[in-house]
Design a protein around this ligand. Structure first.
Ligand code: GLP
Length: 241
């Protein structure tokens, strides 16, 4: 793993965005694995800036999102579908048919997961996966558990995740209790992984992810064995190192 030291959130966002920029310049039809949450918002803002001045072209890019809440409608502002439209897709020339997010409204868990895995298989290997880091060490919605997960599956969200994400909802009880997420195995298949980590709240978990044992109790610790991971962390996130 390579740790890149950024000054603050803005700097971390710029550095992570530059990695995506490089990927898209190298391969116009890149497959990008995308994330939601607060961490990637600055990255998307920077990519939009470069698109608007004509430096980036999304017309041949395909995107695979990590996760989606289960039972949430696409028109719901808190859905990750809505998040992606608002924060990236509607601002760039990506083809809607080239953007994929698990179907949160599919009630049949097995079908939702199988459908998404079929899409991942069809699209091919992710060239660059962007990740945030949950305060409990989760990646996507792969929560701490007894074993690393494989492919797309339905998760019961951890209490700590419900609490951390409550800030986006009216109240804690409005946070969906389940989600569909890419499994750890699918994330690890990406050719390159960029993790953006910002803020003091992530400091303790970042230390464990970087220097602790590899354990499914801290899902992101598996990144230690991926051949090409760049962790971009700002000063606050590095304060426990
Ligand atoms: C969320 C998402 C993750 C995200 C993480 C961190 O629940 N499912 O993909 O990386 O938690 O979120 P944030 O960036 O808001 O701290």
């Amino acid at each position: 793993m390579k740790l890149v030291c950024a000054k603050d959130y803005e700097d971390a966002s710029y550095i992570a965005a530059k990695n995506i920029y490089t990927q898209m310049i190298k391969k116009a039809d890149s497959v990008l694995g995308l994330a939601t949450g607060s961490s990637p918002v600055g990255v998307y803002k920077q990519l939009i800036k470069w698109y608007k001045i004509g430096d980036l072209d999304f017309s041949d890019v395909t995107t695979i999102n990590l996760d989606e809440y289960r039972g949430i409608n696409r028109t719901d502002e808190q859905s990750y579908y809505f998040f992606m439209q608002r924060n990236l897709f509607k601002h760039v020339n990506i083809k809607p048919s080239n953007t994929y997010i698990p179907n949160g409204m599919e009630e049949d868990c097995q079908k939702a997961c199988n459908d998404y895995d079929a899409i991942i298989k069809k699209v091919g290997r992710i060239d660059l996966q962007l990740l945030g880091l949950g305060e409990n060490g989760h990646i996507g919605f792969n929560e701490p558990s007894e074993a690393f997960t494989g492919k797309t599956h339905c998760v019961d969200l951890a209490d700590s995740t419900l609490l951390a994400n409550a800030r986006f909802f009216k109240s804690l009880k409005d946070v969906p209790k389940q989600a569909y997420t890419l499994g750890v195995e699918s994330i690890m298949m990406a050719k390159k992984i960029i993790v953006i980590v910002s803020g003091e709240k992530k400091a303790d978990i970042l230390k464990k992810v970087l220097y602790g044992p590899i354990t499914p109790l801290i899902p992101a610790s598996i990144l230690q064995v991926h051949p090409d991971v760049v962790i971009v962390a700002d000063e606050a996130a590095r304060s426990a190192l």
